[in-house]
Write a protein that binds this ligand. Structure first.
Ligand code: CA
Length: 432
C-alpha cells in the first residue's frame, strides 16, 4: 500500500509545495480540470503547491514513458472519465512518474517548468461528466442530531441504519464546481414543529459537510462489485457540500425522500485526492459490541482495521463584512460505513456504476459541540443560534454568507495533505 511516493522527506522543485501547511505537497498530487482565466479550453492538471501542472502540456513532452505516458494523456483531457476508467495500476504508474519528475533534482524540471500554471490565475470545471449522483447517509451522529429536529419527538434511531448504507439518488445536472452562484431556493415550506404551509424563499437554508467519491472502472449491470474489490473501483475523493433547504425538506420528504430541498445545487471542490495518496491515513472502522454484525457482502475478508479514512473536515462561515469563523470540525473516520461498503452495497442488486459517477458520503458529524456538519444540527433547528465575531448570530445561512468546506489528512511520520476548498456564497432568491 505504501511506497516511495508517500515518503514524507520528498521535496519538490516547485518551492511552494514544500511550505508547511500547503494542501498540495508532492505526496498528494490530486487531479482536476482547469484553464487559465480568459482561455476557452479546459484540460486536466495536477495540483502541486500553489501551481498546477498542465497535464495536456506535460504529456506532450517526452518526460513520461510507457504506461505513464499513455495515462498522462488521459490526465490532460478536458474530462477525466477515461482516466477514472483506467484502473489502479495505470493510476499508480502515473503517480510514480509524477512524483519522480516533480522531485528536487529531477532532470524533468526544465521540460515541466513551462507546463506550470499558477492556481490563482486558473478557473476550474467539473473533473468528469457525472452520469449519476448517489448521496449516502453514513454518519450515525448526523442521523441522531438531525432526527432531534426533523423526526417526530421521541422517535427512535432508524432501525435500518446499522444494517445497510442508506442513500437517495440525487441529481447530477445541478452539481457544480466550487464558487458556483447559489440563489436562495424558493418552494413550499414547513418549519418542523409548525403546522403552517407557506410558499416562498427558504428560511432554513443549510449546508452539509461531505466528501464526494468518484467512481473508477464501472461494473456491468447484473455483476456486483465485491467489498474486497471495491476500492479498485474508486478513483478518489473530493469535498462536497450538499446544500439543503430544511423547511422544504421537512414538508416534501415523506415518503420518498428529499427532492427540491436538495436538487437546486451540490457543490464540489476542484481537486480529487486519489485513494493511493490517502493510503497513509487509513483508520479502523468503528463498531461497538452491540452493533449488528454486517452481512458478508459488506464485510471485507481482510478485516476492517484499515477500512475507514482519517480525514478532518471543516466548515467556515463568513458573513458579509465579517471575518470567517470555523463553524464545525468533524472527521470522516467516525462514519459508520466505509467507502468500499458503499460501493458493494450500491451494486449488490446488480445496479451498474460507471466511471465518473459520484457518491456522496452524507453529512459527517461527531457527537460533541463543534463537530456538527450542518447548521440544522449546530443550531438545533434554530434553538441555539451560533454567535459570530461581529456580534451577529446564525441559525441558518443568510443572504451574503459564504460557506467554505475544507479537508486535510495528517498523521505522525507522514506529510500533511489537503483537499483545497469547496466554497459558495448565498445570493437572494430570484423573484419570478
Ligand atoms: Ca447529503
Amino acid at each position: 500500500m505504501l511506497n516511495e511516493t508517500h515518503d514524507p522527506h520528498l521535496r519538490s522543485w516547485v518551492a511552494s509545495a514544500n511550505l508547511d501547511g500547503t494542501d498540495f505537497p508532492i505526496q498528494n498530487l490530486p487531479h482536476g480540470v482547469f484553464r487559465r482565466r480568459g482561455e476557452t479550453q479546459f484540460r486536466g492538471g495536477i495540483a502541486i503547491g500553489d501551481q498546477i501542472l498542465d497535464m495536456s502540456a506535460a504529456s506532450a513532452t517526452d518526460v513520461f514513458s510507457g504506461l505513464a505516458a499513455q495515462i498522462a494523456k488521459l490526465a490532460g483531457a478536458a474530462t477525466l472519465n477515461d482516466l477514472m476508467a483506467a484502473g489502479p495500476a495505470p493510476w499508480s504508474a502515473l503517480r510514480l512518474a509524477l512524483s519522480r519528475s516533480l522531485r528536487e533534482g529531477s532532470d524533468a524540471r526544465e521540460k515541466l517548468l513551462p507546463c506550470l500554471v499558477t492556481q490563482a490565475d486558473a478557473e476550474f470545471a467539473l473533473p468528469a461528466v457525472i452520469g449519476d449522483f448517489t448521496d449516502f447517509f453514513t454518519s450515525w451522529h448526523h442521523m441522531i442530531n438531525a432526527g432531534k429536529v426533523l423526526a417526530p419527538p421521541g422517535a427512535p434511531p432508524l432501525p435500518n441504519f446499522k444494517w445497510l448504507p442508506m442513500a437517495y439518488h440525487g441529481r447530477s445536472s445541478s452539481i457544480e464546481i466550487s464558487g458556483a452562484p447559489l440563489h436562495r431556493p424558493v418552494g413550499q415550506t414547513r418549519i418542523p414543529g409548525e403546522t403552517e404551509i407557506t410558499f416562498g424563499p427558504s428560511r432554513w437554508l443549510d449546508h452539509e459537510v461531505e466528501l464526494g467519491l468518484f467512481v473508477g472502472p464501472g461494473n456491468a449491470r447484473g455483476i456486483p462489485i465485491t467489498v474486497d474489490e471495491a476500492e479498485d473501483h474508486l478513483f478518489g475523493l473530493c469535498l462536497l457540500n450538499d446544500w439543503s433547504a430544511r423547511d422544504i425538506q421537512a414538508w416534501e420528504s415523506m415518503p420518498l425522500g428529499p427532492f427540491l430541498a436538495k436538487n437546486f445545487l451540490t457543490t464540489i471542490s476542484p481537486w480529487i485526492v486519489t485513494m493511493e495518496a490517502l493510503a497513509p491515513y487509513r483508520a479502523p472502522l468503528q463498531r461497538s459490541a452491540d452493533d449488528p454484525s454486517a452481512f458478508s457482502y459488506l464485510n471485507p475478508s481482510h478485516g476492517t482495521d484499515r477500512l475507514a479514512l482519517d480525514i478532518t473536515l471543516e466548515a467556515w462561515l463568513e458573513p458579509v463584512g465579517g471575518a470567517a469563523q470555523k463553524f464545525s470540525r468533524s472527521n470522516y473516520q467516525d462514519a459508520y460505513w466505509a467507502p468500499s461498503q458503499l460501493i458493494a452495497h450500491h451494486t449488490r442488486n446488480g445496479c451498474n456504476l460507471r466511471a465518473g459517477d459520484l457518491l456522496g458520503t452524507g453529512t459527517q458529524s461527531g457527537n460533541r459541540d463543534g463537530e456538527k456538519g450542518s447548521m440544522l444540527e449546530t443550531s438545533e433547528g434554530g434553538k441555539r443560534p451560533l454567535p459570530l465575531p461581529n456580534g451577529d448570530t446564525r441559525s441558518f445561512l443568510e443572504d451574503g454568507d459564504t460557506l467554505t468546506v475544507r479537508g486535510h489528512c495528517e498523521r505522525p511520520g507522514f506529510a500533511r495533505i489537503g483537499f483545497g476548498e469547496c466554497k459558495g456564497s448565498i445570493l437572494p432568491a430570484i423573484s419570478i
